[in-house]
Design a protein around this ligand. Sequence first.
Ligand code: C2E
Ligand code: MG
Ligand code: MG
Ligand code: MG
Length: 277
Amino acid sequence: VQKQTAKSDVRIFTERMRASLSREIKLKDGLTHAIKNEQLFVVFQPVICSKSKDVSFCEALLRWRLNGDVISPSEFIPVAEQHGLIHSIGAWVLHKSCEMAANWTFDKAVELSVNVSVSQLMRGDLVSTVKSALAQSGFPAKNLHIEMTESIFAEDIEYVLRQIKTLQSIGIKVSIDDFGTGFSSLALLQSLSADVVKIDRRFIESMNQGGKAIIQATQHMASELGYSVVAEGVETPEQARILSAMGIECLQGFFFSKPMKIDELAEWHKGLKRTIR
Ligand code: C2E
Ligand code: MG
Ligand code: MG
Ligand code: MG
């Protein structure tokens, strides 16, 4: 009986592998044509300044519409990275979101934050891609943030530091995304001298089970080092209240808004203005 179980386990395992492999092949094939087929689009999630209660910046988040389904970037970005498609997709996101933000009607002062993958940073043409997105759109460099995750710490750190310095020399702000999930160390914040640290939402979620201590420690250290701090994944008014009281500068999460299409942003912002007043 045991032998049979083992055999069927193997069969189930290989079937799962085959299914996920064929899903990956399907995604890869689709992604290759996604830009040309106009299936990619960008949504924006506002990040709120806890003092003014107004929007500080918006994060651009990529979406892919395939045969009526909207596929999550957590599924297709890794596929794009694996198959070398992230460079063209990443360039598209930068150009598109700068162009949209250059024309946003709701508030010209609101800044834009764009995610980049480690491989985009390591390939060496990120700076020229960013420059060309800014030049073509007319969006001001000083209003652009580039988000990268802590996985950059696993790379050639000297090279990463040079890229960060170059971006900053153009006026761009550099953000460390999902802080606390990977190779993070508070000491590395010092050597990176980036501008913004985004505390991962797992700590906001677990605020009552020890997350608060980590948020507090990160907040103290990061602001001492001159960083702005953003708390991700704020879902409840209670979390927003506690985080503001802790002195966290910016809050992002479903409590304020889900990511929106650009034309929903202006309406939403009018509503926010009414609640501030
Ligand atoms: P991220 O950069 O950490 O983006 C925040 C993610 O958290 C978004 O998921 C957002 O919808 C979600 N989120 C925001 N507030 C809340 C909340 O209160 N609760 C919960 N449960 N979730 C919240 P999304 O849009 O699915 O993106 C997932 C990840 O995909 C991003 O995480 C980022 O790493 C990656 N990604 C998205 N767009 C791009 C892109 O243009 N380029 C690259 N390289 N990566 C991207
Ligand atoms: Mg991000
Ligand atoms: Mg994040
Ligand atoms: Mg994340």
